[in-house]
Write a protein that binds this ligand. Structure first.
Ligand code: NAP
Ligand code: ZN
Ligand code: ZN
Length: 352
């Protein structure tokens, strides 16, 4: 085992602080990655502060699942990577590999409950009680869960693609966002800004819903055809019964009826935001009088994540980022809570 520097949450109520964790030795199919950049997802904050009752946090906790780095060591059976290659890790580092979902390349939905998330998931290797994420100098991951980073992508701006990118790419593809479709993206944060860029790149008529008047111009610059202030009831009403798909990235509980009301017949509202408290129960009549659906979507499979990275490289898409030093993480969390992020913090790990 190797002792590695990390940024650690030691309890729900204390600031994150520098610390050390153990990483396993490289096994035959493992890749050791020197981490260069790690994006800061709102899920990191939810986990560091133990906000998800369904998924309690085990401390010490090391968040981070938007990881880009360089291959530092490979196991004897590794074929996909060699020393010095750029490499990335997203939200998962393992799954059962045998169930129908895993066989379909949807390890994120492992039917055996075997998806091993990059942090705060039981560590099958027994290195520690739970997995530790990318707010650290180094990580060891089975090559099946390591992604190739296309040379065209800037490594820091590519990091947020590993969660924010795939979390929007997957539902936009699954519900067929494209020409002739009207697609709404709710919330212009890390996930939302990738949603606007990707929906626009897929050729859909893209509408951003934001609570922040200050983000209207940015929404258009990022690719939205229209921007609607979601607290303006009259502006919302103008879009009634017109959307094929709305993807909701908001990180806090809110009224869903204002959104289902905007779906056309057979339209779908996809929830990807994972707030601490439940949304108020949606109005059933809003759904049944237009055969509307409310669905959920969680990240994406490994093959799909690679496809997304290759798509972004081809289209010149990456995240709009603000680089921070490791000791800036607590201030970054506070700004995230105020919606004051343009549009993803990325930690430069060389300074750790
Ligand atoms: P973020 O960067 O903080 O963005 C969230 C955005 O939601 C804000 O910028 C804000 O946009 C909007 N918002 C409106 N009201 C809000 C409120 N009361 N509190 C907070 N935000 C509010 O977060 P993120 O990293 O994009 O993550 C968003 C959510 O998705 C989190 O709950 C996260 O855990 C979850 N998530 C889910 C998956 C998945 O697989 N399903 C993957 C990653 C993250 P405006 O200013 O434009 O209104
Ligand atoms: Zn995330
Ligand atoms: Zn499985």
């Amino acid at each position: 085992m190797t002792s590695v520097k990390a940024i650690v949450a030691n309890s729900a109520t204390t600031s994150l602080a520098p610390g050390r964790i153990e990483r396993r030795d490289v096994g035959p199919t493992d890749v050791e990655i020197e981490i260069l950049y790690c994006g800061v997802c709102h899920s990191d904050l939810h986990t560091a502060r133990n906000e998800w009752a369904a998924w309690p946090t085990v401390y010490p906790c090391v968040p981070g699942h938007e990881i880009v780095g360089r291959v530092a060591k490979v196991g004897s059976a590794v074929r996909k990577f060699k020393l010095g290659d750029p490499a990335a890790v997203g939200c998962m580092v393992g799954s059962c590999g045998k169930c129908a979902s895993c066989r379909d390349g949807l390890e994120n939905y492992c039917d055996a409950g075997g998806t091993v998330f990059t942090y705060n998931a039981p560590d099958a290797h027994g290195t520690a009680p739970v997995t530790y994420g990318g707010y650290s100098k180094q990580i060891v991951v089975d090559e099946k869960f390591v992604l190739r980073v296309p040379a065209k992508l800037d490594p820091a701006a590519a990091a947020p693609l590993l969660c924010a990118g795939i979390t929007l790419y997957s539902p936009l593809r699954h519900w067929r966002a494209g020409p002739g479709k009207k697609v709404g993206i709710v919330g212009l944060g890390g996930l939302g800004h990738m949603g606007v860029k990707l929906s626009h790149a897929f050729g859909a008529h893209t509408v951003l819903f934001t609570t922040s008047a200050s983000k209207v111009a940015d929404g258009k610059r990022l690719g939205a055809d229209e921007v609607v202030l979601s607290r303006d009831a009259a502006a919302m009403e103008k879009h009634a019964r017109s959307f094929d798909l709305i993807v909701d990235t908001v990180a806090a509980a809110h009224d869903l009826d204002a959104l289902t009301n905007l779906l056309r017949r057979d339209g779908t509202l996809v929830l990807v935001g994972a707030p601490e408290h439940p949304h108020p129960s949606p109005a059933v009549f809003n759904l049944l009088f237009a055969r509307r659906s409310i669905a959920g979507s969680g990240i994406g499979g490994i093959a799909e994540t690679q496809e997304m990275l290759d798509f972004c490289a081809e289209k010149g898409i990456a995240s709009d980022i603000e680089r921070i030093r490791p000791d800036g993480i607590n201030a970054a969390y506070e700004r995230m809570l105020k919606g004051d992020v343009k549009y993803r913090f990325v930690i430069d790990m060389s300074a750790l």
